[in-house]
Design a protein around this ligand. Structure first.
Ligand code: NAP
Length: 296
């Protein structure tokens, strides 16, 4: 039987509507709405698209949104100065620096300059460390979005074998930790993994976060597996996922499409992280941000 298509768009829209409503209510109390500042260095076309989508989503939710566009050649010290200014700015609760950065800028130094309490992307070492330890902090939006999609679809993870293909600090590794926290047995694969298909075929839940269009085909997937496609590659103006949709849809039980799958969730959860930062900074009750150790 063909897989059920797991779309992120409706879930993401609901999250954004709820946030807009809550933000409007709290803005009356606090005297200002939640605020996000997005920094874009240079003119990479894909980055321009992503940043403007985030900016627009913020505006639609009634958030204060600043889009800071900086010259490709900006010296690192000047970029750091701008980040420090935003760290102090009271109307800004969240700061994101769109990646990748031009080669002359040190990504680690730049990400570490963002105040951890405004690090809504969850890329600061302090928030990454908290995620590892199961302490409260910011969880990167894409892995958080994958987890929310799985829970909305009612996918039970306890005792299941989850295989994550990709080990980046912003998707693969945090996602593996979140799956582990839900008591899945987790395997991480990467570019040096041998016999990839033998491992992925064991997965009850398979997540591809690589960036190689069509890498995962039917030979990589067990009958009835849940398959989440995080990858996005632009090919001839079309966005393609890591999963060969046409072959995998025949054997998976649930499959996310590209576009319209994980992508919309990333933006919604970035807004949710910003809202969480706003609540925390204003001493309002803010929930756990899904980043505390679960009791088994
Ligand atoms: P990344 O930093 O380039 O990491 C890619 C990972 O894939 C690396 O760990 C790499 O292994 C692994 N890999 C490369 N070739 C492989 C192969 N043949 N077999 C198995 N593993 C392989 O990318 P990323 O930032 O994690 O992003 C991954 C993908 O997700 C990209 O397509 C990106 O555009 C997409 N993405 C989508 C969203 C969204 O909102 N939908 C958000 C973020 C990212 P090594 O570590 O050994 O090099």
């Amino acid at each position: 039987m063909a897989a059920t298509i797991l779309k992120g768009k409706p879930v993401a829209e609901k999250i954004r509507e709820d946030l807009a409503q809550k933000a409007a209510e709290l803005a009356k109390k606090v005297g200002r709405p939640p605020g996000l500042a997005a920094i874009l260095v240079g003119e990479d076309p894909a980055s321009q698209v992503y940043v403007s989508m985030k900016h627009k989503a913020c505006q639609e939710a009634g958030f204060h949104s600043e889009l800071i566009q900086l010259e490709e050649s900006i010296p690192q010290e000047e970029l750091l100065k701008k980040i420090r200014e935003l760290n102090r700015q009271t109307t800004v609760d969240g700061i994101l620096v769109q990646l990748p950065l031009p080669k002359h800028l040190n990504e680690e130094v730049v990400l570490e300059a963002v105040a951890p309490e405004k690090d809504v992307d969850g890329f600061h070492p302090q928030n990454q460390g908290k995620l590892l330890l199961g302490l409260e902090g910011f969880v990167p939006a894409t892995p958080k979005g994958v987890m929310r999609m799985l829970s909305e679809a009612g996918v039970a993870l306890k005792g299941k074998h989850a295989v994550v293909v990709g080990r980046s600090n912003i998707v693969g590794k945090p996602l593996a930790l979140l799956l582990l926290r839900e008591d899945a047995t987790v395997t991480i694969c990467h570019s040096k993994t041998k016999k990839l298909e033998e491992i992925t075929r064991q997965a009850d839940v398979l997540v591809a976060a690589v960036g190689k269009a069509g890498l995962i085909t039917e030979k990589h997937v067990k009958d009835g597996a849940v398959v989440i496609d995080v990858g996005t590659t632009r090919e001839k103006g079309r966005l393609r996922g890591d999963v060969d949709f046409d072959s995998v849809v025949k054997i998976a039980s649930l499959l996310t499409p590209v576009p319209g799958g994980v992508g919309p969730m990333t933006i919604a959860l970035l807004l949710e992280n910003t809202f969480w930062a706003y609540q925390k900074r204003n001493g309002l009750q803010a929930g756990t941000n899904e980043n505390s150790i679960r009791q088994g």
